[in-house]
Ligand binder design. Structure first.
Ligand code: FAD
Ligand code: SF4
Ligand code: SF4
Length: 463
C-alpha cells in the first residue's frame, strides 16, 4: 500500500538564525528512514508524467521504487544512467516547475519529493561507495570541450564513455563553471562538484585549466592540433548593469564578481586574503536566484541590513519560491516595486546611498507580466554602503570574435540547430552560451544532446 500522506516528509534544515552566520549547507538532507518513507508516496504511475518533466528523462518511478525497497545502490545506478551530476541536480534543479510539477500526487497535496530523493541517493552513494568509473577503451579520436560548467561536464562525460579522447579547456583555475563560482557553498558544497570532476578525470578526460579559449588557444588552433570536433559550453558570464549614475563608485559590484570572490576565491574563509568590502548595508538589485544568492552571501559576510530591491511585485519575482522563503527566514529585507535611479557617493568615491523611485504595476508587457511604472515624486534615498547589481548576464563575445564562421544572434548567444551544431562545421555548442542564462539541468540536457550529435558527426567522417 502506498503512503497516502498529502505532504512531503519534511527535510531537516539548519536553523535560519544560525545558518545566516555560516556557509555550511542549509538543507541537511533525508536520513535513510526518511527517504524510504517519502519514496513510498510514489504511485509508480504507468504513464510516468514526472519523467516527461525532467529535461534528462531520469527513470523516476524506477529509482524511487528502489529507494522504497532500501536498495540505494540500484537507485543510484538508475539515476546515473541518464544524469551525470545527480548530487548537483538534486540540490539546484527547479523541481517545482519540472518533474515535481507533473507528479500526480501534486494534484491533491504535495508531489513526491523527487529532488530530495535524488539528492539523498547521490549523497548516499558518494558516502558509502564512491566507486570511480573505469577508463573506457579509447577510439583514438581527439575532441575538445570548452568550459567546464554543467553543459561541458555532461558532454565530456558522454563523449569519454563513447571512447573519445576528451580535453576540457577551462578559463578559471578550477572546473565546474557556475557550480563553483556562482552557486554558494550553502546551497551546493564544492566537494560535490569536485567529486563529479574527479569521475571525469578517472574516465581519462584531460582537464586544462587557466586556458582562456580565444586568447590562450583558439578553436582554429585546436583543429590544427588534431581535435576533430569541439563543444563550446562557455556559459553566459558577462554581467549587465543599469547604466545609471554612480555605477563606477567603489562598493558597486556585479553579482558575478561578488559571488566569484566569495565562492571561487573563498573570501569567507579567514585563511584566504581575497579582498572584499566589509559591508554594513547592502542593496541587491534584481529578483532572480542570483540576487537571492548574493543577498544571502552578504548577510553571511556580516552585513547588518541586506535589501533586495526589485521593480515588480513578489509574485513576478523569477527566483525560486524556496530561495525567496530561505532568504526571508534569514532576515533579508525585500523592497518590492522599487527601482534605483542613481547611486550616490561620498567624498572618497565610496557608495553612501542609492536613490530609488517607487513603482506601480500597469498593463502586461511582452513577457506577460504587468509593466512597472514610475510613481512621480516618490524618490527616496536608501542608505547603503554597497550595491550588488544582479540584473542578468549574457555570453562573452570572445569565442565568437576569434572563431571564423561562428555566428551569434542579436543577444550574443551562439546559434545552434536542434542537434547543437553551430554555424561552423565540427563545432557544437550548448548551455547558457546558446540559450542565455538558464538552468543547470537544461545545460546538462544540451551537453548530452551535443555529445550524441558529435558522435554521429565523427562516425560519418570516419566512413
Ligand atoms: P557555466 O556554468 O556558466 O560554465 C561555463 C564555463 O565556461 C565557466 O567555467 C567559464 O569559466 C568557462 N569559460 C567561459 N569562457 C571561456 C573561454 N573563453 N575559455 C575557456 N573557458 C571559458 N540554475 C539552476 O538550475 N538552479 C539554480 O539554483 C541556479 N542558481 C544560480 C545561481 C547563480 C549565482 C548563477 C550565476 C546561476 C544559477 N543558475 C542556476 C544557472 C545555472 O548555473 C546555469 O544555467 C548553468 O551553470 C549553465 O551551465 P553552462 O555549462 O552552460 O555554463
Ligand atoms: Fe527532477 Fe531535475 Fe532530477 Fe530531472 S534532474 S528528476 S528535473 S530534480
Ligand atoms: Fe511517482 Fe509522481 Fe511519478 Fe507518479 S508522477 S510515478 S507518483 S513520482
Amino acid at each position: 500500500m502506498p503512503n497516502m500522506s498529502l505532504t512531503k516528509v519534511p527535510v531537516p534544515e539548519q536553523d535560519p538564525n544560525v545558518r545566516n552566520h555560516n556557509f555550511k549547507e542549509v538543507c541537511l538532507g533525508y536520513t535513510p528512514e526518511q527517504a524510504v518513507e517519502e519514496a513510498t508516496r510514489c504511485l509508480n504511475c504507468k504513464n510516468m508524467p514526472c519523467v516527461a518533466g525532467c529535461p534528462v528523462n531520469i527513470h523516476i518511478p524506477e529509482f524511487v521504487a528502489k529507494v522504497a525497497a532500501g536498495d540505494f545502490k540500484a537507485a543510484y545506478e538508475i539515476i546515473s544512467d541518464t544524469n551525470a551530476l545527480p548530487g548537483v541536480s538534486g540540490r539546484v534543479c527547479p523541481q517545482e516547475s519540472q518533474c515535481e510539477q507533473r507528479c500526480v500526487r501534486g494534484i491533491k497535496g504535495e508531489p513526491v519529493a523527487i529532488g530530495r530523493l535524488e539528492r539523498f541517493v547521490a549523497d548516499w552513494y558518494r558516502e558509502h561507495i564512491n566507486e570511480m568509473p573505469q577508463k573506457p577503451q579509447t577510439n583514438g579520436i581527439k575532441v575538445a570541450v570548452v568550459g567546464s560548467g554543467p553543459a561541458s561536464l555532461t558532454c565530456a562525460s558522454d563523449l569519454a564513455k563513447k571512447g573519445y579522447e576528451v580535453t576540457m579547456f577551462e578559463a578559471f583555475h578550477t572546473a565546474g563553471g557556475v557550480l563553483v563560482y556562482g552557486i554558494p557553498e550553502f546551497r551546493l558544497p564544492k566537494a560535490i562538484v569536485a567529486n563529479e570532476v574527479d569521475k571525469l578525470t578517472a574516465m581519462g578526460v584531460d582537464l586544462e585549466t587557466d586556458m582562456v579559449v580565444g586568447r590562450t588557444y583558439t578553436i582554429d588552433e585546436m583543429f590544427d592540433d588534431g581535435y576533430q570536433a569541439v563543444f563550446v559550453g562557455s556559459g553566459a558570464g558577462l554581467p549587465m548593469f543599469m547604466g545609471i549614475e554612480g555605477e563606477t563608485l567603489a562598493g558597486v559590484y556585479s553579482a558575478n564578481e561578488y559571488l566569484t570572490r566569495i565562492n571561487l576565491m573563498k573570501a569567507y574563509l579567514s585563511d584566504y586574503d581575497t579582498p572584499i568590502k566589509k559591508i554594513q548595508k547592502a542593496a541587491i538589485v534584481g529578483g532572480g536566484n542570483v540576487a537571492m544568492d548574493a543577498a544571502r552571501c552578504a548577510k553571511r559576510m556580516g552585513a547588518e541590513h541586506v535589501y533586495v530591491v526589485y521593480r515588480r511585485d513578489e509574485e513576478a519575482m523569477p527566483a525560486r519560491n524556496e530561495e525567496i522563503h530561505h532568504a526571508k527566514e534569514e532576515g533579508i529585507e525585500f523592497l518590492f516595486l522599487t527601482n534605483p535611479t542613481r547611486i550616490l557617493g561620498d567624498d572618497k568615491g565610496q557608495v553612501r546611498a542609492m536613490e530609488c523611485l517607487k513603482m506601480e504595476l500597469g498593463e502586461p508587457d511582452d513577457s506577460g507580466r504587468r509593466r512597472p511604472i514610475e510613481v512621480k515624486g516618490s524618490e527616496f534615498e536608501l542608505e547603503v554602503d554597497a550595491v550588488i547589481m544582479s540584473l542578468g548576464t549574457s555570453p562573452n563575445p570572445l569565442i565568437r570574435s576569434t572563431t571564423p564562421g561562428l555566428e551569434t544572434n542579436r543577444k550574443g548567444c551562439l546559434i545552434a540547430d536542434d542537434s547543437m551544431a553551430t554555424t561552423r562545421e565540427g563545432v557544437y555548442a550548448g548551455g547558457d552560451a546558446v540559450t542565455g542564462a538558464a538552468t543547470v539541468i537544461l545545460a546538462m540536457g544540451a551537453g548530452k544532446k551535443a555529445a550524441e550529435s558529435m558522435d554521429q558527426y565523427l562516425k560519418s567522417k570516419q566512413k
